[in-house]
Design a protein around this ligand. Structure first.
Ligand SMILES: [Zn+2]
Length: 376
């Protein structure tokens, strides 16, 4: 299996600002751990730095008006109605280069899609992407440009049927919206329930419209959903949906803000559970374009995406983090020394509530979506 890792050292030039939870340094930290494990020098693997996406490609999803505003804001111009485009103090601050950094992430995800579509590699991982909340005409949820949509559009231009699987703790609303009315792309998102977490959508009843009816699949989860509950529910949905849809390629958004130590969400996965989900996605992916996503505990980002990249290359790595990385990552590791987690179990009542909720969601999907897809 030939693979490609898409990474740009230029990401480190950009910064959302000191008080923002999305730290660009997480990308360098993840790459440093992959490097320390020797995962950037595997036979059959290429590490490629992307160019920023052309505006013509970005216009495939975003409006010209929004791009004009974002570019002006990015270079420091006064943009009086910025808030109308989701920009300003808060989730989507204006910072120097916010357009360029976003265009670079788009370039990375489009490149991953091109390499896979042309058959140059079977799996590509653009972990700087996965910015799944951006909407055609506005920024949302730390996302200015939706690289995931652009990657899927690239694959569609090659005539490929795309299954999008989003395991970020937040609903993949921007990607769902982009393909809500088509049956060429099936979006499956697992996430903390929308009445508890941003962006407030992703309910089981959101199943697509028109020709796309049945091609949006949402599995909401209760706070404190752990590995066992998550994987049981995932196993009842992903294989059935994939088997019915028969994708040519899977685009996976691999946000790791589902982790129990993530400061922004309330799911309770571990790196082990995350990796088990990635393994299941790999099992269902004839070809794979993997993207990054959320993740606000930086040690988790580095460990989870390194584990995912090892799986994509079918190699196992030692459990103990390489000594060099313990120094590089010391500030973020908070004493953690292994790739995997060994957390104490959650209270039994908490697990039971999460399991009951997940089971109700799966039943809802079986009733609302499976019949349309012919899934069982
Ligand atoms: Zn997220």
């Amino acid at each position: 299996m030939r693979t490609a890792l898409i990474h740009s050292p230029a990401y480190s030039r950009y910064d959302y600002g000191p008080s923002h939870p999305l730290r660009m340094e997480r990308l360098g930290l993840a790459f440093a751990l992959m490097e320390a494990y020797g995962l950037t020098r595997l036979p059959g693997t290429r590490v490629i730095a992307p160019d920023p996406a052309e505006e013509s490609a970005i216009r495939g999803f975003h409006t010209a008006e929004y791009l004009d505003v974002l570019r002006a804001a990015s270079r420091g111009a006064e943009v009086p109605a910025a808030y109308r485009y989701g920009l300003g103090p808060g989730d989507n601050p204006i910072w120097p280069g916010c357009y360029e950094a976003s265009a670079l992430a788009c370039g990375g995800s489009i490149l991953a899609a091109e390499l896979v579509a042309r058959g140059e590699v079977g799996r590509a991982f653009a972990f700087g992407g996965g910015l799944h909340h951006a909407m055609p005409d506005r920024a949302s949820g730390f996302c200015y440009l939706n690289d995931a949509v652009l990657a899927i559009q690239t694959l569609r231009r090659h005539g490929l049927r795309v299954l999008y699987v989003d395991i970020d703790a937040h609903h993949g609303d921007g990607v769902q919206a982009a393909f809500y009315q088509t049956d060429d792309v099936l979006t499956l998102s697992t996430h903390e329930r929308g009445d508890r977490l941003f962006p407030g959508t992703g309910f089981v009843e959101e199943i697509g419209e028109g020709r796309g009816r049945g091609y949006a699949v949402n599995l909401s989860l209760n706070p404190y959903t752990d590995d066992a509950v998550y994987l049981d529910a995932f196993d009842q949905v992903l294989p059935a949906v994939a088997q019915a849809f028969e994708p040519d390629v899977v685009v996976a958004q691999l946000g790791i803000d589902s982790h129990r130590t993530d400061p922004l969400t309330h799911l309770a996965l571990t790196v082990d559970g995350f990796a088990a989900a990635v393994r299941r996605i790999l099992d269902r992916a004839p070809r794979l374009v993997a993207l990054g996503g959320g993740g606000y505990d930086l040690a988790n980002v580095a460990r989870a995406w390194t584990a995912a990249w090892a799986l994509m290359n079918e190699v196992t790595v030692p459990e103990h983090l390489p000594p060099g990385f313990l120094t590089t990552g010391a500030r973020h590791l908070a004493g953690r020394t292994t790739l995997w987690d060994d957390p104490s179990p959650l209270p039994i009542e908490t697990v039971r509530a999460a399991r009951e909720f997940a089971e109700r969601q799966v039943l809802g999907l079986r009733r609302l979506v499976f019949p349309i897809l012919g899934a069982s």
